[in-house]
Design a protein around this ligand. Structure first.
Ligand code: NDP
Length: 249
């Protein structure tokens, strides 16, 4: 094979379904070995089996990124069975919404634990070895809602704004050590999550200059770019992948 990621080891958190799954397949298509991490064993095993069928070295990893001990254990497993990770993609994320005046604190805490602290934790645990090797790429997942306000999404939006800010800080802190930390911010993506069900389709499409919702595969190229050597001089940035929505006003 002659791919951009031949010989590279990529870990995709949230790779069991949705965008993360598509990103995992996208790295495999360009020659990478791919570890797929999420909480649901059947999902990561199924994606790993699909990758292995296509000739990719694949590793399923069952882990809750909200649990520090499980992330440490996952790092041991990945490093032991797979080797040092060259690329970490933090796509694991939770979504929930509700009227802000009554929004449950525990639900908000769960969002922050997975989206912000889970992302930070994975950056720390997998980033340490990257820092030691003076080499590595990390791509985090923000959202259109990191920038813009929709009613009833206070905790989610705050969590995704947090992801971009931690990306900026790690981006500058780790740049001198040869580790690039950047993010993508997807717009509205067409998959079976609570996001699409919550909005009226026609009204939504009218607000997107590209005239359609995104697809999970719209994220594979941008994520691969930020994970490639072509992005060596990009540190702490966010690539918005939203069909022009954010700039449309
Ligand atoms: P999905 O809900 O389809 O998939 C999320 C993935 O993350 C699943 O594999 C899930 O598996 C995993 N996950 C969730 N919580 C945890 C956890 N605590 N530990 C480990 N894995 C976890 O999400 P999408 O594909 O829609 O979204 C992917 C990313 O993109 C998310 O960060 C999301 O916030 C972001 N995003 C999505 C948009 C959209 O329109 N879909 C828009 C903007 C941003 P499991 O439940 O088995 O753990």
């Amino acid at each position: 094979m002659n791919g951009r990621f031949d010989g590279k080891r990529v870990l995709v958190t949230g790779g069991g379904r949705g965008i993360g799954r598509q990103v995992a397949l996208g790295f495999a298509a360009e020659g990478a070995d791919v570890a797929v991490l999420a909480r649901t064993a059947e999902q990561v095993e199924s994606v790993a089996a699909e990758l292995a069928e296509g000739g990719t070295k694949a590793l399923p990893v069952v882990c809750d990124v909200a649990d520090a001990g499980q992330v440490t254990e996952a790092e041991r497993k990945v490093t032991g069975e797979f080797g040092d990770v060259d690329v970490l993609v933090n796509a694991a994320g939770l979504f929930s919404m509700g009227p802000s005046a009554a929004y449950d604190t525990e639900q908000a805490r769960a969002l922050l634990d997975t989206n912000v602290l889970g992302t930070l934790r994975c950056c720390q645990v997998f980033g340490r070895r990257m820092l030691a090797r003076q080499h590595g790429k990390i791509v985090n997942f923000g959202s259109l809602l990191s920038f813009t306000a929709f009613p009833e999404r206070a905790a989610y939006a705050a969590s995704k704004a947090g992801v971009l800010q931690l990306t900026r800080v790690l981006g500058v802190e780790w740049a001198p050590s040869g580790v690039n930390v950047n993010a993508v911010a997807p717009g509205m993506i067409r998959i079976e999550t609570p996001h699409p069900a919550a909005l009226d389709e026609d009204a939504l499409t009218r607000r997107i200059p590209a005239g359609r919702r995104g697809r999970p595969r719209d994220l594979t190229g941008p994520v691969r770019f930020l994970a490639s050597e072509e992005a060596d001089y990009i540190n702490g940035q966010t690539l918005v992948v939203d069909g022009g929505w954010l700039n449309y006003g």
